[in-house]
Design a protein around this ligand. Structure first.
Ligand code: UTP
Length: 328
């Protein structure tokens, strides 16, 4: 049986007595768990699956209804208590920096016209001075390398990583769920979801040591395995809470699958010996907005979820489906 014995607050952070099953982690092991207040947003990828659009538009600025993908990720991070936002960018991504800056001319024009509702909408895009930092990845050498580029800004504390092209619709935002679970486990935590066997080759897949329901203890991770080689059907998606040790591991990681420096490999190092890596089965629906099909699915789902669009859009979709059926 899983027992999370006691969680007490201390000034330095939280002190948790993690009793994750006797004999596995040792009941009563005392760990100091620091609060997660920094998040890294790797946005330096080329976004080739969306060419030609991504020739001049960063993928993360593409919109679901009327909000760019990056806004969903920032909102999720804020809800989880993140205070410092670190963007790993590259050439051609300046639209992202502008998006989070003040827009004095636009704002004064809206104020002059009395468009207070629009001004309210813009508020979400304004970040406090100094809350957001940008660091460059000068070549797209993979997700692991992108996170490593942020090492000096992260320092020696746990941090979250959010991939903005994974958009997660959830009652409790996914990272918030993870922060709550992490307060019990510490270590490293990756968001995980079940995938069908033919899809394992698109993900990092968890080798499970111990299944405790929403949390699993991980004994290994395999990047993009074929169905026959996959240790489970629990795949890692783009939300992580990581210890600074992962950054140290990235220092010496050699290039992994696909010639890129994989974040998965650096996390997998922490599964050796007594693993402190956990998978978290989040509650919610994840959309892979890095792929065209996923982006279109998300557009439909988010369009139908909007009270101002639901009726008109729903009727249109029904008509489309009816027409498709009639044409078959
Ligand atoms: P993807 O694997 O989706 O790569 O990266 P990509 O370049 O964005 O898109 P495609 O595959 O060419 O269409 C997942 C996340 O990691 C970031 C991306 O910006 C995206 O948020 N990333 C990837 C980096 O920041 N740097 C890299 O070298 C690779």
């Amino acid at each position: 049986m899983v027992v999370f014995v006691a969680i007490a607050d201390s000034l330095a952070g939280r002190v948790a007595y993690s009793g994750l099953k006797k004999g596995v982690s040792g009941v009563g092991t005392q760990m100091k768990i620091k609060k997660v207040s920094k998040a890294v947003f790797p946005v330096a990828g080329l976004g080739t699956r969306f060419l030609p659009a991504t020739k001049s538009i960063p993928k993360e600025i593409m919109t679901l209804v009327d909000r760019p993908l990056i806004q969903y990720a920032i909102d999720e991070a804020r809800a989880a208590g993140i205070k410092e936002f670190i963007f790993v960018t590259s050439r051609g991504k300046s639209a992202l920096e502008d998006y989070f800056d003040n827009a004095p001319e636009l704002e004064s024009e809206l104020r002059r016209k009395g468009k207070t509702d629009m001004l309210e909408i813009l508020k979400d895009t304004n970040m406090d001075s100094g809350a957001i930092a940008y660091v460059r990845q000068n070549r797209p050498m993979g997700l692991g390398h992108a996170v490593w580029c942020a090492r000096r800004l992260i320092g020696n504390e746990p941090f979250a990583v959010l991939l903005p092209d994974d958009v997660i619709a959830a009652e409790t935002p996914c990272l918030q769920q993870m922060v709550e679970a992490y307060a019990q486990t510490g270590g490293n935590m990756v968001a995980a979801m079940e995938v069908s066997p033919e899809r394992t080759s698109s993900y990092g897949v968890l080798d499970i040591a111990e299944d405790m329901g929403s949390i699993v203890r991980v004994k290994g991770m395999v990047e993009k395995p074929k169905a026959a080689d996959a240790p489970s059907n629990l795949a890692v998606i783009g939300r992580y809470i990581l210890s600074p040790k992962v950054l140290t591991n990235l220092n010496r990681i050699k290039q992994g699958a696909g010639g890129e420096i994989q974040l998965t490999d650096a996390i997998a190092e922490e599964t050796k010996g007594e693993s402190n890596v956990f998978g978290y089965r989040f509650r919610g629906q994840r959309y892979d907005c890095g792929s065209k099909a996923g982006f279109l699915q998300a557009t439909v789902a988010f369009g139908l979820a909007r009270p101002d669009l639901r009726d008109e859009f729903g009727v249109y979709l029904n008509d489309m489906v009816a027409m498709q059926k009639a044409a078959q």
